[in-house]
Structure formats: C-alpha cells, structure tokens
Design a binder for this molecule. Structure first.
Ligand SMILES: CC(C)(COP(=O)(O)OP(=O)(O)OC[C@H]1O[C@@H](n2cnc3c(N)ncnc32)[C@H](O)[C@@H]1OP(=O)(O)O)[C@@H](O)C(=O)NCCC(=O)NCCS
Length: 147
C-alpha cells in the first residue's frame, strides 16, 4: 500500500477516482461528486490524503481548514474489501502528521452517532467527543483532537 496526498491540483481525473471510491464506500448522497469538487476547489487549504494498492485508490480522507489553525476532516472511507487491514488508521495518522507539520493545532471531525467503525477509529486515534448536533434529523457527534 502507498500513502499519497494531493493539494490544489485536483484534476478532473483525480476527482473522478476519489468520487468513484466514495460511491462504493457510501452509496449515498455523501458521495456527490459535485459537492466534493466544490469543497476541493473552494474550501481553504483543501487536501486529499489517499491510499493506493496496485494503482487502485482504496481509501481517502478529504479535509480543509475552518480556522487558521484548525483542520476539519470532512469525508473519508476505505473500500469494503480492504477494511480491517489498518488502511483507515494509516490514512488518519498520515493526515494528522501532515496537519501538525503544516502548523494546525486541532483536527475536528463529525460523524453520525451510530457509525461504530468510524467512532472507534476516531477514539483510538486520540479524538475526544466535544459535542452533539443534528443534521437532516440525524444525531451527530462532533470530535476534536489536539495535535
Ligand atoms: C471507518 C473506516 C474508514 C475504517 O477503515 P479501516 O481501514 O477498516 O480501519 P482500520 O483497519 O485502520 O481500523 C483501525 C481501528 O479502528 C477500529 N475499527 C475499524 N473498523 C471497526 C469496526 N467495524 N468495528 C469496530 N472497530 C473498528 C478498530 O479499533 C481498529 O483497530 P483494530 O483493527 O486493531 O481493532 C471504514 O470502516 C469505512 O470506510 N467506513 C465507511 C465510511 C465511513 O463511515 N466514513 C465516515 C464518515 S465520513
């Protein structure tokens, strides 16, 4: 497995690859390519950390800044066939090391309350729950990690 990152040069081909991965991971509105492209093009310091195996994009994390020193990890996932092999954790460690190096002090993320895999991964990587909120009627949990 190879860990890679891309910033600012989000070619259409690259966005297609990430969106295709997201579609398999989520099969839901979260995988909307248009929304993904908009955030990559418009949100500050947008970055994609991703993993490849045999040239296949098997997992990704998209993040951007919400304050000068705060990174928000918006969307991420690993293809079902590649789960529980440490890819999600490797991507998170990679993203956090990059963020720290870049001067960020905190990473925040949100997840639906009953997403056990994501919650377990977040907590095992040092996130703490700092609040709850609801979006589209679904309770969500806000998590933060000091880098
Ligand atoms: C959450 C997700 C990214 C984890 O990816 P992964 O590559 O399988 O995770 P890892 O193998 O690195 O797991 C690291 C740790 O996370 C926890 N974890 C991961 N999947 C878990 C599960 N299904 N149940 C319980 N704990 C889990 C464990 O603590 C695990 O460590 P362990 O394997 O030593 O027990 C993956 O399940 C996924 O893509 N889910 C769908 C997408 C999603 O919900 N994204 C969040 C919304 S943006």
């Amino acid at each position: 497995m190879q860990l890679l990152l891309r910033q600012s040069s989000f070619s259409s081909e690259f966005v297609d690859r990430v969106a295709a991965c997201a579609e398999t991971v989520f099969a839901s509105a979260s995988s909307d390519r248009g929304e993904m492209l908009w955030r990559l093009e418009h949100m500050p310091d947008a970055v994609v950390h991703y993993a490849e195996e045999d040239d296949r994009l098997i997992g990704f994390k998209i993040a951007y800044a919400t304050r000068s020193r705060r990174l928000y990890s918006w969307l991420g996932g690993v293809l079902p066939d590649y789960r529980r092999r440490g890819v999600g954790k490797a991507l998170m460690d990679f993203q956090h090391a990059w963020a720290k190096e870049r001067g960020y002090l905190n990473v925040e993320t949100g997840t639906i309350r009953n997403n056990v895999p994501m919650m377990m991964l977040n907590l095992s990587c040092g996130f703490e729950i700092i609040g709850t909120y609801a979006r589209a009627g679904k309770p969500r949990v806000l998590l933060s990690k000091r880098l």
